[in-house]
Design a protein around this ligand. Sequence first.
Ligand SMILES: Cc1cc2nc3c(=O)[nH]c(=O)nc-3n(C[C@H](O)[C@H](O)[C@H](O)COP(=O)(O)OP(=O)(O)OC[C@H]3O[C@@H](n4cnc5c(N)ncnc54)[C@H](O)[C@@H]3O)c2cc1C
Length: 408
Amino acid sequence: MTRTVLISGAGIAGPALAYWLERRGVAVTVVESAPAPRPGGQTVDLRGAGRTVVERMGLMPAVRAACMDQEGLAYVDATGRHLAEMRVADLGGDGIVSEYEILRGDLSRILLGATTAEYLWGVRVTALDDGPDGVAVTFSDGGTRTFDLVVGADGPHSGIRWLAFGPEEEFVRPVGGYTAWFTAPDPVGLDGWYEMYNEPGRVASIRPDSTPGRAKAGLSFLSEPLEYDRRDLAAQRAIVAERMRGTGWVAPQLLAAMETADDFYLDLVAQVRMDRWSTGRVALVGDAGYAPCPLTGMGTSLALVGAYVLAGELGRHASHEAAFAAYEERMRPYVTQGQVLPPGGIRGYAPHSRAAIRNRIWTMKLMVSRPLRGLARRLFFTRAEAIDLPDYDADRDDRAVTAGSRPA
Ligand SMILES: Cc1cc2nc3c(=O)[nH]c(=O)nc-3n(C[C@H](O)[C@H](O)[C@H](O)COP(=O)(O)OP(=O)(O)OC[C@H]3O[C@@H](n4cnc5c(N)ncnc54)[C@H](O)[C@@H]3O)c2cc1C
């Protein structure tokens, strides 16, 4: 049986996996390359089975309390006038802005607080030696330790994936653009709306922040993959400034705020696609193994569900090989559906011409019109429910009864 697990990454999938493994009696160590919990990111959506997992963790009251009250999504013109709106209630809380929208940093903080794992901040794994009795791990601080299993929950640019499966280029599929996220002064007085402004190939957006007077900004542009140093934030800011130069609406204020934002984060819009998510005693969970990209709104749900299923199958099977195979089998159809891009792919989000921008505005008006709402919801927004989640705790209780003790 698995007794010790090292998890790399303390975002969403990492602490969620730590929680479920600890509940099954496993000693968990988490390494995170950032020196402290990362507060960054906009609101992320909790959908379908992702919500169920949070409920089973008993964390729904904390999550609900931290959820942002949002009106919905509005496409705006250069003066800020709403051209089309999709309210949260229009698609039963499952639309582009969902009923459960929580700042990524808040969700991560709640998950971290629910675990008692050993956290090593500012540390990464630099070498893995996968042997018959465990994985010998070398850390960036020079330490070495051996664990029964190692799990990469370290996002789309996973270091564990690189060490155990191979270079990033083999698995990361660019979708055709970039997005920068950061916190900025609210330039318009948002009043709960997620406002989005388009020019051909460029998107500026702002969403409510939990602090009044501030907003979560997003700046996106269509592009082939670019060469830059991922640690050089000044170079990344310069790329965004150059690509977004001349954009109207409040883009100039957002670009000015970007220069000093301490949570600035730029990334390629990309998916991670792999034939398998484990090798030997090493497995991947969340964006590290199957990032769907933010256009799908599924990243957080896939990460939470993947963590739940991986820990559950490790509890069900004596051998890690059987557990990894069962995890893969149960998750694969869910991931495949979760990775389906919305119509038009990134050009649906960042249309490349003025005519395409006008079409998209009409499409959204049609989707929220009363006769088509039900169909739109079924077609585009029910994928998050498409998995049967076993009750792994019931397994555990059954075993306790069989062994003659009473379930807790
Ligand atoms: C700062 C930030 C902001 C984000 N903002 C948004 C957003 O606004 N909207 C959206 O839809 N999605 C956003 N995402 C992505 C979103 O969190 C994920 O798609 C989803 O929640 C799945 O989570 P994950 O835990 O698999 O990956 P992530 O949330 O990316 O977490 C991975 C963690 O691993 C850490 N890490 C990376 N490399 C290493 C390494 N070599 N060793 C150790 N640790 C490592 C990272 O610092 C991070 O804490 C953001 C991610 C980050 C890191």
